[in-house]
Design a protein around this ligand. Sequence first.
Ligand SMILES: NC(=O)c1ccc[n+]([C@@H]2O[C@H](COP(=O)([O-])OP(=O)(O)OC[C@H]3O[C@@H](n4cnc5c(N)ncnc54)[C@H](O)[C@@H]3O)[C@@H](O)[C@H]2O)c1
Length: 358
Amino acid sequence: MALRTVDVELGTRRYPIHIGPGLLDDAARLAALAPGRHVLIVTDANVAPHWLARVEAAFAGKQRATHVLPPGEQEKTLERFGDLMGALARLGASRDATLVALGGGVVGDLTGFAAACWMRGVRFVQLPTTLLAMVDSSVGGKTAVDLPEGKNLVGAFHQPAAVLADTATLATLPDRELRAGLAEVLKYGALGDAAFFERVHALAPALLARDPGALAEVIATSCAHKAGIVARDETETGERMLLNLGHTFGHAIEAVQGFGGLVHGEAVAVGMGLAARLSAELGLAPAADADRLITALRALDLPTEVPAGLDPDALLARMRLDKKNLSGTLRLVLWRGIGAAFVATGIDESAVRRVLAG
Ligand SMILES: NC(=O)c1ccc[n+]([C@@H]2O[C@H](COP(=O)([O-])OP(=O)(O)OC[C@H]3O[C@@H](n4cnc5c(N)ncnc54)[C@H](O)[C@@H]3O)[C@@H](O)[C@H]2O)c1
């Protein structure tokens, strides 16, 4: 299958996202990603057994070290960040070092933040191995760790030098994580591209069956959307906020469930459905579009209802804490219909509560 490339253009800087099967087997391409002497490869214990050996082999000529994290969001911490600083120090990493993030969004966010901070900023490359990381977290330069008080509270904007999305790595990804990534794929259509929305819906059976051609197509289109949005609004002062469609609802669900219930992409799926229903409730969009979104999410085998037993008032209380809110009023991404999301402020909380209560 042909390799696809999407360029991210940020003023005078630019970097490529390469997408296709077998990229991690291309040792020469990988080696070229690290022009300096030192390489620190960061991955997690789920990814390492399947994919680490070929990456280590590609950087065999370098002074390198590998850091394998335990998997999971609970590892995206300042403590693990400190471990990476220690690993870089022991390696003697100089300013021309390259950090290589091999894994999902947790590895990517943590490694990117370490790269942003080591010697005030060194090169890093993303080798995403989850669908979510390929279409979202590896692109755009947001890096962060979590605090007990909240997700992604400490971080930096630091763009990778390149992203290599080897679609073959998705073969070992659990089904649930694949579906979570598909929620983010559908999101690009829902927020700004009605034709892509229909395309993803039509491809649902092929995507769930991990058809390589279907996956490569939707990954490339998603990356092109993300690259365009990031190019126009790198630091999220406007359009980039639209990428949060469904996220304020979704984060509230994740938080009220104590981050042990729905995974992020599933919560975003429910959240997108709620945003669409709220838009209809407020008379901003046709109810039929909300129905079409719910149908497409179900075709992707994603949840569309608030999990049973969650208190609407507890969810609303969490939504009030969202970073996007302005001067005490709710700010949410809503839509005027499929492909037409916008940022809405001063939203009537009683309507939000009605939607949360189903
Ligand atoms: N920086 C951004 O712009 C941005 C955007 C969206 C999300 N994020 C962050 O991304 C994180 C979520 O990313 P994620 O969904 O990739 O989660 P993740 O990194 O936790 O990966 C999900 C699970 O899949 C496993 N895994 C990864 N690749 C695998 C493979 N090929 N085979 C087998 N198992 C594999 C991981 O070990 C983990 O258990 C969150 O921390 C979120 O805040 C960041």
